[in-house]
Design a protein around this ligand. Structure first.
Ligand code: SAM
Length: 263
């Protein structure tokens, strides 16, 4: 869908973009093509898209012959998507993705989202946690968020999101996307990133475990999580190590050992 298509779609269907849902619709066909190419999906692939909006990306995945599930929070857009894709191999779910349960999450091979920026972190964390067989995730994010997504231990931006992404696999910044590629333009430049699975997330409780570890990021890890003290020392780490200094690999090992000690 180019700029004219989106403007016509919005006018014909009387859809005023809703800022509360982070609605900035992609209207640059070259960027749409690049995202679809980067996604790694091909005919027959099982794909999940969060926030299809007017269907600019969805359209391409349907045309390509993927088996796509599209989760959209906005009821107005859901109605139009259902009419538009009637008879196609697509499952359109009207829901807040953050509340979605039992959606065959382990079956998806690829995830794609022009992420509503106001909920970027919880959406990425839920996708990485739920999609246990996902090979690759492709996201449009605010460019400024990349420093958080790719943050290194010891830096100010380092936190649960960076640890999760690094544990999931290889994180790559693929391209910068100008504001003009959207209707309406967002307040800042965007970027497309990909996460290609290596190890994956070590278990469903990993995100909340990390939240607890980082609750006092500059203090000793054992301040916020005293139960970890014997484990950390047995793993050869200093028991006064600060939460922000523990590497993603160390967090993975601590989590695996900690959860198996609870059984
Ligand atoms: N994919 C479309 C595109 O590229 O033009 C729309 C992208 S727009 C930035 C984000 C979309 O996510 C909107 O359609 C919005 O309604 C939807 N959305 C926002 N919050 C959501 C949530 N919690 N669950 C599912 N969809 C959501």
């Amino acid at each position: 869908m180019n700029k004219e298509d989106i403007l016509r779609y919005i006018a014909d269907n009387k859809i005023l973009p809703d800022k509360n849902f982070g609605q900035n619709f992609l209207c640059d066909e070259d960027i749409i093509d690049t995202i679809v190419e980067l996604s790694g999906a091909s005919s027959g692939s099982k794909v999940i898209e969060i926030g299809p909006g007017c269907g600019a990306l969805t359209d391409r995945f349907v045309a390509m012959g993927t088996r796509i599930t599209a989760v959209e929070i906005d009821k107005r857009l859901n109605e139009h998507l259902k009419t538009r894709f009637e008879g196609e191999d697509i499952d359109i779910i009207c829901s807040d993705y953050l509340k979605l349960k039992d959606y065959e999450e382990s079956s998806f091979e690829y995830a794609v989202s022009n992420i509503p920026y106001y909920v970027m972190t919880p959406i990425m964390i839920k996708l990485m946690t739920d999609l246990t067989s996902c090979k690759k995730m492709t996201f449009m994010v605010e460019e400024a968020a990349i420093s958080r997504i790719m943050a290194q231990p010891g830096s100010k931006q380092y936190g649960p999101l960076a640890v999760m992404c690094s544990c999931f696999g290889k994180v790559s910044k693929e391209l910068i996307v100008p504001r003009a590629a959207f209707i309406p333009p967002p307040h800042t430049t965007s970027a497309v990133i990909t996460l290609t699975r290596k190890e994956g997330i070590p278990g469903t409780g990993f995100a909340s475990f990390l939240e607890k570890c980082f609750s006092q990021r500059r203090k000793k890890l054992t301040n916020s999580f005293p139960e970890l003290k014997p484990l950390i020392t047995s793993m050869g780490l200093r028991d006064d190590i600060r939460a922000e200094a523990v590497t993603p690999e160390e967090y993975r090992d601590i989590f695996i050992n900690y959860t198996s000690s609870l059984i």
